[in-house]
Ligand binder design. Structure first.
Ligand code: APR
Length: 259
């Protein structure tokens, strides 16, 4: 309780706020984490056989089929009160490691995606952005789907996510580093803080003098970086925190998800 009050005070006073999120914020919407997405018929595969450039080169229809299945799963769920509370923090810069689009659907239009997005496919050869294929119902779990071809060079279209062994998108990483070094408060939500270089973002903010507030039901390596640790779920803690920090805004009510 005292912690939540302290965190709200820090937010209330802050001129520049960064919200840094991971899989935990989408968990309550029902988005399976990377590891959970390898269950069911996908269980016999491991991440290395589905989430590397080599896997796509060797078996493009297997990899594309897995991402199409994940994209469909994400499009059937909704932002939760955690995403909506973040969207209500009007001037906050939102940086996510998630490849879903729940921040955008909650109203955080300019979310920085450090690990790419399930909704931004591109050509594996020339890099040209590609249109999303229209989905006609859920692709069967475990089903292979042949990827579309690039309209410019006929190369295979690949998911717009960062795979193991790949660099993070330069522009996103730069924007995240800039925002983290310039902010007064960084709120880190639902991330284990163990996957680098993304995990460097809250640490960079702390080194630059920002107060770091962490929201996570479990301890993480970021506990020692955070000035305030709020142990709880994103969907419970964030609306309460936002209502305390900006009571006028909370009175207006949360934004509804656009239909
Ligand atoms: N609210 C807040 N936090 C939660 C909740 C919740 N409801 N449920 C779980 N968590 C926390 C867990 O305690 C854990 O610390 O979310 C964190 C999720 O950790 P990871 O699964 O490691 O997710 P993340 O930190 O986003 O992983 C980073 O690793 O799997 C790769 O590329 C993938 O972007 C991902 C990256």
């Amino acid at each position: 309780m005292a912690d939540v009050r302290e965190a709200a005070k820090l937010l209330e006073k802050a001129q520049r706020v960064v919200v840094f999120t991971g899989a935990g914020i989408s968990a309550e919407s029902g988005v399976p984490t990377f590891r959970d997405a390898l269950t069911g018929l996908w269980e016999r595969f491991d991440a290395q056989s589905l989430a590397t450039p080599q896997a796509f080169q060797d078996d493009p229809d297997l990899v594309w089929g897995w991402y199409e299945w994940r994209r469909h799963r994400v499009s059937t769920v909704h932002p939760n009160p955690g995403h909506l509370a973040v969207a209500a923090m009007k001037n906050a810069v939102v940086i996510t490691q998630n490849v879903d689009d729940l921040h955008e659907r909650a109203g955080s239009a300019d979310t920085v995606h450090l690990h790419g997005s399930l909704f931004m496919p591109r050509c594996s050869q020339c890099g040209e952005a590609a249109a999303l294929p229209s989905t006609t119902g859920e692709p069967d779990e475990g089903r292979r789907v042949w990827p579309p071809s690039c309209v410019r060079c006929a190369g295979l279209i690949r998911p717009g996510v960062v795979w193991f062994g790949e660099a993070l998108p330069e522009a996103a990483l730069e924007a995240a580093a800039r925002a983290a070094s310039d902010c007064d408060v960084l709120l880190t939500v639902g991330t284990s803080g163990m996957v680098y270089p993304a995990a460097e973002i809250p640490r960079l903010a702390a080194r630059s003098g920002a107060a770091v507030i962490q929201v996570n039901p479990q301890p993480t390596p970021l506990d020692s970086v955070a000035l305030v640790n709020l142990r709880g779920s994103a969907a419970q803690v964030l609306p309460d925190l936002a209502a305390r920090a900006w009571p006028d805004q909370a009175a207006e009510g949360p934004a509804a998800e656009p239909s």
